[in-house]
Design a protein around this ligand. Structure first.
Ligand code: CUA
Length: 347
């Protein structure tokens, strides 16, 4: 919104300088939403809903939008009528203006606002109506600046990636390990704040398989912007397979490089903070790395998950995501390729 306003002000100044018709900035402002709508596609926008919760929010948004359009058009029409047809006509019948102000200025807004309030309450109640006690559950903990993801009953954990069965309501239990964060998947559900000392609950339901981007929506420090996650909605059978995988030991090394990498990992400083299932590395400070090779990014959306970025991250995570909890690692150059090979193999 700020961007649109900034653009239109800039456009206005520019138009004046070049002597362009004054109407141009108005046209630019009006075409802004159309241009934005053209970018929709698979954008992580609340107006591009992929689930029951966000569909309600989008419905409410469009209702408010069209009411605003109607009210704006009506006010403009009355203004035009007053300017064009009433100019110079000073004869106003006694009582007419008062009646008009009462109906159009107070009565109509009252009816509209009460109706919108009613619809809002209805949607609020529907969003608060979570899944039943037997619904699949995921426990999400916010850390500065990543998301820990656990499933009750599963021994393993993952990070910045939440798998859910498609077409089912999934309960999400939210906790924070430090400061306020906010859990937001624009295409699936409105925001839920994570408050220290409390367990909050929300739910997710995706109508079609695919990935939905989520984001921390409460400023929580330097790397707030790099606190993203993905919700992966899968058919039930794929979800069950994925969950079973989360209980099994991590993939064992197959090549010599991977074996050397594993040894460096469990005997070095990595294991103090990170866990890999089925090994002696059981650290709980940083993300569980048992399936790090298959994740969509490194550092909760900071950089793509490929060998180059992984190497850069291990050598000095502070250059990639300044302020994060991982210190630069004293890894010697000969060990780095082995560590990368091992971590990339963990899927
Ligand atoms: Cu966590 Cu912003």
């Amino acid at each position: 919104m700020e961007k649109t306003a900034g653009l239109s002000m800039g456009a206005a100044r520019h138009a004046r300088r070049r002597g362009l018709p004054r109407r141009l900035p108005v046209l630019a402002t009006l075409s802004g939403p159309l241009l934005l709508a053209g970018c929709a596609g698979d954008a992580p926008s609340a107006l591009n809903p992929g689930g029951a919760g966000a569909t309600r929010v989008a419905g409410l948004w469009w209702l408010l939008f069209w009411i605003s359009v109607a009210v704006f058009a009506e006010v403009m029409a009355l203004l035009a009528w007053a300017l064009v047809f009433r100019r110079g006509n000073a004869r106003v019948r006694h009582g007419q203006p008062l009646r008009f102000v009462t109906i159009a200025g107070a009565g109509l807004p009252f009816v509209i606002l009460v109706a919108v309030y009613g619809v809002g309450l209805r949607d609020l109640a529907a969003l608060g109506d979570g899944p039943g006690p037997d619904a699949p559950t995921v426990e999400v903990t916010g850390h500065k600046w990543w998301w820990e993801v656990r499933y009750p009953g599963a021994s393993g954990a993952t990070a910045n990636e939440i798998h859910i069965p498609v077409g089912e309501r999934v309960k999400v239990r939210l906790r924070t390990d430090d400061v306020l964060h906010s859990f937001w998947v624009p295409q699936l559900m409105p925001k839920t704040d994570l408050i220290a000392g409390e367990t909050r609950e929300t739910w997710l339901r995706a109508e079609r398989p695919g990935s939905y981007r989520g984001q921390c929506a409460e400023y929580c420090g330097t790397q707030h912007a790099h606190m993203a996650f993905l919700v992966v909605a899968q058919p039930r059978a794929d979800y069950d397979t994925w969950l079973a995988h989360l209980n099994a030991p991590a993939r064992a090394p197959r090549t010599d490089a991977e074996r050397r990498g594993q040894q460096a990992f469990v005997q070095g400083t990595c294991a103090a903070c990170h866990a890999v299932r089925g090994t002696t590395a059981q650290g709980r400070v940083g993300p569980d790395l048992s399936n790090v090779g298959s994740r969509w990014s490194i550092g909760a959306g900071a950089v793509p998950n490929d060998a180059g970025h992984l190497g850069g991250w291990i050598a000095n995570p502070q250059t990639v995501k300044p302020g994060n909890a991982m210190p630069p690692q004293p890894v010697d150059a000969a060990q780095l390729p082995d560590l990368i090979a091992y971590l990339r193999s963990l899927e």
